[in-house]
Design a protein around this ligand. Structure first.
Ligand SMILES: Nc1nc2c(ncn2[C@@H]2O[C@H](COP(=O)(O)OP(=O)(O)OP(=O)(O)O)[C@@H](O)[C@H]2O)c(=O)[nH]1
Ligand SMILES: [Zn+2]
Length: 360
């Protein structure tokens, strides 16, 4: 399969010519939040680079006239900004992030994984069919809030149903802090409807289940088909096949689209704040319960249950809130346990090493 590099950063971005005013770093999404973290001396000795893709063998980093691969690190992910230390690339400083998506890895040890950093807007995509589930939208929205990303709900395939309005209304009811856009993802609509969030130097990403139209939307914004042709097969050193893909793409206007694997099967981890933001109405009610530790189950003077009785709060919404909170509590507790276990193990290893050193 031939790959289209024409809109991959950085040179393709200039070739498009429509954002000639952006300097090379700005074209990668550099902005004052990052500049404030460094001194002029830092800038000359350790130039900033952005991680544009992550694969098993390393981190692909781009900067002003820099195109290099750094050793993989668990504390760095796609979208990150690093101050590249030419003599010790492995210990290049990671700049503080504007946002961070992380998840719990599938499998038994369920370690925390960094998914993507420094995203400004997350388009939460769903379609007007059986994919549409309010609970799923809430989960993604809570995740975006937790990661400090602006969520926008995009309802696709409006052309396939006689009355998309019911879907739009349900999406709007998720939160009055979240904009909702409804469209046919094929054609020109994405370019006009999503422009408010797709400004030069901003980074956007798409979340949502398979088949809802994420690639279709991204390609419409990129004005190309590069997302479909993104995967290539490469032989790694052991002769096995690994898939690598470009993850950060530039729109003709200089906005960046982050298209990364691992956005699916998202579990909420340490997301209590994000959930609380999304369900602020329930939080407000809970603050009025008679007991501080009210579980909103059978307690007298429970303002949450009263609101349900009075039809102010939807019982299903309350149920979904409970479920998300329980999921988050479960995941966060096991993460905390893991951390303390790791700490204890580290202590033991150091202890054993000391004994060995003494015996030597
Ligand atoms: N009629 C109609 N079809 C759409 C719309 N959006 C996407 N499609 C079609 O739905 C199919 C799936 O779209 P994709 O863009 O590949 O979906 P995706 O979310 O990227 O899926 P994954 O890559 O599996 O995550 C394609 O055949 C699209 O042409 C829409 O708004 N209307
Ligand atoms: Zn209560």
């Amino acid at each position: 399969m031939t790959r289209d590099y024409s809109n991959f950063l950085p040179r393709g971005a200039y070739a498009a010519g429509s954002h000639a005013k952006l300097d090379p770093l700005q074209a990668l999404g550099w902005h004052p939040f990052f500049a404030q973290q460094i001194s002029v001396d830092d800038l000359s000795s350790t130039p900033p680079v952005r991680i544009v893709e992550v694969h098993r063998s390393g981190l692909h980093a781009l900067g002003d006239d820099i195109d290099t691969v750094l050793p993989p690190r668990a504390d760095v992910t796609v979208g990150d900004w690093l101050m590249l230390d030419p003599s010790h690339p492995r210990s290049s400083r990671v700049l503080e992030r504007t946002s961070l998506i992380k998840r719990r890895a599938p499998g038994t040890d369920r370690q925390e994984q960094l998914i993507a950093a420094n995203i400004d807007t997350a388009f939460i995509v769903t379609s007007c069919n059986q994919d549409f589930k309010v609970a799923r939208l809430e989960r993604y929205a809570a995740l975006a809030f937790e990661a400090r990303i602006t969520p926008v709900i995009v309802v696709t395939k409006t052309d396939l149903v006689p009355d998309p309005q019911s879907y739009i209304d349900a999406a709007r009811a998720v939160s009055d802090m979240i904009d909702v856009v409804a469209l046919d993802a094929r054609g020109d609509a994405p370019r006009t409807e999503l422009t408010p969030w797709c400004k030069p130097g901003k980074t956007v990403a798409f979340l949502g289940s398979s088949g809802v139209g994420k690639s279709t939307l991204a390609n419409a914004l990129l004005e190309s088909q590069s997302i479909e042709t993104r995967t290539i097969r490469e032989d790694d050193a052991k002769g096995r096949h690994t898939t690598t893909r470009r993850e950060l793409h530039a729109m003709p206007n200089g906005c960046l689209i982050l298209d990364t694997p691992g956005m699916r099967e998202l579990q909420l981890t340490d997301a209590a704040d994000g959930i609380n933001d999304l369900f602020a109405d329930i939080q407000d009610l809970a603050a009025r319960c008679r007991f501080n530790d009210c579980q909103h189950e059978t307690e007298p003077g429970c303002a949450v249950l009263e609101a349900v009785d009075e039809g102010i709060l939807d019982a299903h919404r309350l149920g979904r809130w409970r479920k998300l909170m329980a999921e988050d509590a479960f995941n966060s507790a096991s993460l905390a346990e893991r951390r303390s276990r790791d700490k204890a193990f580290g202590k033991m290893v150091r202890g054993v090493k000391k004994i060995k050193d003494v015996r030597r």
